[in-house]
Design a protein around this ligand. Structure first.
Ligand SMILES: C[S@@+](CC[C@H](N)C(=O)[O-])C[C@H]1O[C@@H](n2cnc3c(N)ncnc32)[C@H](O)[C@@H]1O
Length: 445
């Protein structure tokens, strides 16, 4: 092997010291995820991440997201250069190598900066200090790796086997490949407006692209709070797919609507903006705080209860009950790539039991002739298609009301049964959309 000059830089320039803070924060967040926290929780409790500002903060976040989205690909980058595989418990060394590979291959960081900060991170920690030399050597090899070899890896590389098989079986091989490709990139930001007229007026102002009936798609994100119209509550952040279940309620002006599992309130705001008399129920006090803040900011009204849906017994019957049930959230992997590695196949089975119980419980709340909308942000049929089929079998007092093209602004998101089925493969060339399932049932008179 030809001798290469070392690519670490001996001098500690301020830029690299600053850079070390963002890499240290990324390492900290990835450790918190390993301890069982969800991504949003880890980002909010990490003190090292909190202490970062501006570009450093953005870089730390980009590092974490790249490691989560491209985990197996990153392992493929350095693993061939190891004499023997790392031991399963060598988590910190593995994470430092993944961070370095993410920078060298995907984030266009100069290899010497990726290598020197990886070595410094390793030296700072007792459990990794002895690996500093190895890390340095591997970074040098990675910088010389053939990018074509990485490009040739199949799209399913970064999808866990069980999830890949589910995607292929339920959405087809082509869609599964597209979903995996969409999961690998940063998604756009979607903003929801009260009406399509508002949306059209703001499209030009924000230089954003209209999608669906009332949404704008922003590619250049920055901080959400800095986007014009935020303070005035003109719009709220909501993925295009997440806007569709509430639209299945039709014209809700003056109608009584129960929004169950409502927090942080995306659908509550849509329903309230459409003139419904909304009652929002959710079990989580902290998420309900966010719902209240969202309603205040947008100057919209709803009655709210912090309560387990399974214990909630309202006196009045509703014209519409929307149940946005707890689920694996596998439809939101674009924004929460930690779910790829934290969710397990068996999680859906336990959640399906809860979804059935919730569906059974809320049937009593629907007025004769009223609608029940069941939704989950899942890509798994156990939490969608199969729940709808079971519901219709066990509740002959309800009938399916098929979703129409008009309900979904012409988007190709209606399945063979007439239910809503969104996947990230829809609008893939524009960043896709979240995975969502929704079925609409009417209680017979
Ligand atoms: C998919 S999220 C809801 C998103 C929300 N509908 C929106 O559009 O912003 C599911 C929600 O279910 C709530 N939840 C979970 N179990 C619950 C239960 N037993 N009773 C009430 N809410 C529950 C969670 O706190 C979470 O906020």
């Amino acid at each position: 092997m030809p001798k290469n000059p070392p690519i670490t830089q001996p001098s500690k320039k301020p830029k690299i010291i600053e850079g070390l803070a963002s890499r240290g924060a990324a390492l900290d967040i990835l450790r918190l995820l390993r301890s069982g926290l969800a991504l949003d929780e880890a980002l909010s409790v990490s003190k090292t991440f909190e202490s970062l500002e501006g570009a450093d903060r953005g870089f730390a976040r980009a590092l974490v997201m790249t490691v989560l989205r491209r985990r197996n690909t990153l392992d493929e980058i350095y693993a061939p250069f190891l004499d023997r595989p790392l031991k399963p418990n060598q988590h910190e060394v593995r994470t430092i190598l993944r961070l370095a590979a993410a920078q060298i291959i995907f984030l266009e960081t100069p290899p010497h900066a990726a290598a020197s900060t990886a070595v410094d991170l390793a030296r700072e920690r007792r459990e990794t200090a002895g690996f500093a030399k190895l890390i340095n050597a591997l970074c040098r090899r990675m910088a010389e790796a053939d990018p074509e070899r990485i490009k040739a890896l199949p799209p399913r590389t970064d999808t866990p086997g069980w999830f890949w098989r589910k995607l292929e079986r339920s959405h087809g091989a082509k869609a599964a490949r597209t979903i995996a490709q969409v999961h690998a990139s940063e998604p756009p930001l979607d903003l929801t407006f009260r009406t399509s007229a508002d949306r059209d007026e703001w499209a030009e102002k924000l230089g954003a692209e209209p999608v669906g009936e009332v949404s704008l798609r922003q590619l250049d994100r920055g901080r959400t709070e800095n986007i014009e119209g935020y303070e005035d509550g003109i719009w709220w952040v909501q993925d295009l797919a997440a806007t569709l279940p509430a639209r299945l309620a039709g014209d809700v002006a003056g109608k009584r609507v129960y929004d169950l599992c409502a927090a942080p309130g995306g659908k509550t705001m849509q329903l309230a903006a459409a003139g419904a008399d909304v009652t929002a129920v959710d079990i989580s006090p902290s998420r309900m705080e966010r719902l209240t803040a969202n309603l205040q900011r947008t100057n919209l009204k709803a009655t709210s209860f912090i309560c387990d849906v399974l214990d909630w017994q309202p006196e009045d019957l509703a014209d519409v009950v929307l149940l946005d049930a707890p689920c694996t959230a596998t439809g939101t992997v674009r924004r929460h790539p930690d779910l790829l590695w934290s969710k397990k196949e068996e999680d859906a089975e336990a959640l399906a039991v809860l979804q059935d119980r919730m569906l059974d419980h809320v049937t009593a709340m629907v007025a004769p002739g009223g609608l029940l909308i069941f939704a989950t942000c899942s890509l798994l049929p156990e939490e969608g298609e199969e729940r709808a089929a079971r519901f219709l079998k066990t509740h002959p007092e309800f009938e399916r009301v098929p979703v129409t093209e008009e309900d979904v602004a012409g988007l190709p998101v209606i399945n063979r049964d007439g239910d809503l089925r969104c996947t990230p493969a829809v609008l893939a060339d524009k960043g896709g959309m979240d995975g969502f399932f929704a079925a609409r049932f009417r209680k017979k008179d």
